[in-house]
Design a protein around this ligand. Sequence first.
Ligand code: AHM
Ligand code: MG
Length: 335
Amino acid sequence: MLLKKQTLGEFIIENQASFKYTSGELSRLINSIRLAAKVVNHEVNKAGLVDIIGTAGDTNIQGEDQQKLDVYANDKFIQTLTNRNIVCGIASEEEDDFVAINSQDENNQNKYVVLIDPLDGSSNIDVNVSVGTIFSIYRRVTPLGTPVTIEDFLQKGNQQVAAGYVVYGTSTMLVYTTGHGVNGFTLNPAIGTFYLSHPNMQFPEDGKIYSVNEGNYIHFPQGVKDYIKYCQMEEGDRPYTSRYIGSLVSDFHRNMIKGGIYMYPKHSKNSNGKLRLLYECNPMAFLAEQANGKASNGHTRIMDIEPTELHQRVPFFCGSKNMVEKVEEFIQKHE
Ligand code: AHM
Ligand code: MG
């Protein structure tokens, strides 16, 4: 019975003391993400009913069609964080450049920046398959009361203060970490409250699920091809099961619960893969490590990569520790 469980609001207050810097600001920030998530959830759930699905006619900086709901989710998250005057800057997959929020006002004491993918996996919207929101939170590195700069956003993942995602699935969940493990909250849509349903989430050390777009197989590096063949081999607990939703948040969420690996390798047409370091890979890597999993680009820990640009892409291997280590072994054998 969810009603007997702790609510997200109660959890945030109770755990405020364990945050690295306890001014209450980070609690307010997570609270405002919770609010925006509920608003977006409401819209995602009625996507099939109203004329909101389909492209908005614009293309984003990566040259992809923007779906109307991408735009909606982007606006809602930015509006909520701006109106509540909680952060000094936001970077989003849907914005070419970062958005500064009153950061040059010398009285502005907001010390956090948020990087966000407002609606990830958006090509799934039109076909009623789960999508998600991913967020990553840092303290700014430039002084308070000065304009926020690109440096505030180009921080290594190991500097994250908090990260999480919302999965708009068969039920809507908000899963996040502040560096003290990973907790998952399920929305009771009847009363609009998130309840703690998955405390202390952990990736099993080993898994039996591999998630990759195998349509790209021919273009993958030899090490990745060999690992896929290894997953399919009849030996020990193999062959593994192949599951690919094409929505990072949902694939990650399932793999964290059941044990598995998500892969988006580089390929011959896309030398850095597809996923973005700052608002897709780093937050998922932080969650993975906090849940006893691992995230790598095949060679290096994702959270140790020095970012050079806002929309930078990296190859991504993330999930159960032993599986990620195995694919790294295969990749490194060939390079
Ligand atoms: P998006 O941010 O444009 O939605 O792209 C990210 C998504 C991930 O959620 C998903 O895992 C991947 O792209 C799927 O890509 P592909 O269709 O190439 O397999
Ligand atoms: Mg995305």
